[in-house]
Ligand binder design. Structure first.
Ligand SMILES: NC(=O)c1ccc[n+]([C@@H]2O[C@H](COP(=O)([O-])OP(=O)(O)OC[C@H]3O[C@@H](n4cnc5c(N)ncnc54)[C@H](OP(=O)(O)O)[C@@H]3O)[C@@H](O)[C@H]2O)c1
Length: 235
């Protein structure tokens, strides 16, 4: 299979890419992140560990429409079709509507919503023609409920959930599955410096394992939502 994962140089995206790369079937992974050096390091290490996989990577700022479209073109030149798209790239900036900096919402919407919207639209024609595929959208529990310091981030994640739900309805008839993923707190760089005990929150592999499993069900079954929380609940 050909599997696209955005924001794959660390955190959840890297864990998801790693999980598919580890598959004995030997998939092709098409990955991106902004920082080329870190992306190169991550993918070189992954390729060395999983020689069956074919790992391709390209730097891309998914908050910029032109860059997203170039990334999509690159994907379509590398592979004849995309089987799985994981719209994971995203950024968490805490804030409150009343006092977050001007432009915070634009930044969060560009990074957390338009990234997924533009990439999906560019890849969909091929998937619709093939009448198969699976799109995962990395939402958050911040898509489901408001919480202190949610601000523009939470608004953008609510919007991503709306995108995912609409896509699910549209794509049923094309045999393309859509899954909204709602993780609670998961140990990544997003939590670095927070002082949170890593044992209190989830591991990236918890989320990666669920996505991997959801992608191998029978064609007639679609996991519409994956909602995961730390065992002791939200922080
Ligand atoms: N960790 C959690 O608790 C949690 C919970 C719920 C949902 N999520 C969601 O899960 C996703 C991944 O979060 P994470 O915690 O794994 O974050 P992370 O550790 O900070 O990793 C983010 C990844 O995305 C890339 N990225 C960030 N902005 C990008 C952009 N504009 N274009 C392309 N790549 C970009 C980063 O690389 P570069 O910086 O080099 O671009 C990195 O590879 C996000 O959508 C986040 O909202 C996380």
């Amino acid at each position: 299979m050909n599997i696209v994962v955005t924001g794959a140089s660390k955190g959840l995206g890297l864990a998801i890419a790693d999980k598919f790369a580890d598959d004995r079937q030997g998939h092709t992974l098409l990955l991106c992140a902004r920082n080329e050096q870190r992306l190169h390091l991550a993918t070189t290490y992954m390729q060395a560990r999983y020689p069956r996989a074919r790992i391709l990577a390209r730097a891309c700022d998914m908050s910029k429409k032109e860059a997203v479209l170039q990334f999509a073109d690159w994907i379509l030149h590398k592979v004849d079709k995309t089987d799985i798209v994981v719209n994971n790239a995203g950024q968490f900036v805490p804030g409150s509507v009343h006092n977050e900096p001007d432009g915070a919402l634009e930044q969060m919407i560009n990074t957390n919503l338009y990234s997924a919207y533009h990439l999906t639209r560019a890849l969909l024609p091929g998937m619709m023609a093939a009448k198969e595929g699976h799109i995962f959208n990395m939402c958050s529990i911040a898509s489901l409920q408001a919480y202190p310091n949610g601000g523009a981030y939470s608004i953008s994640k609510f919007a991503l959930m709306g995108f995912s739900k609409n896509l699910r309805e549209e794509l049923k008839q094309y045999n393309i599955k859509v899954t909204a993923v709602y993780p609670g707190a998961t140990m990544t760089d997003s939590w670095s410096g927070s002082g949170v005990d890593p044992q209190r929150i989830m591991k990236v592999s918890d989320v990666a394992n669920m996505i991997y499993t959801a992608s191998f069900l029978s064609p007639q079954a679609c996991v519409e939502e994956i909602l995961l929380r730390p065992q002791l609940g939200d922080l």
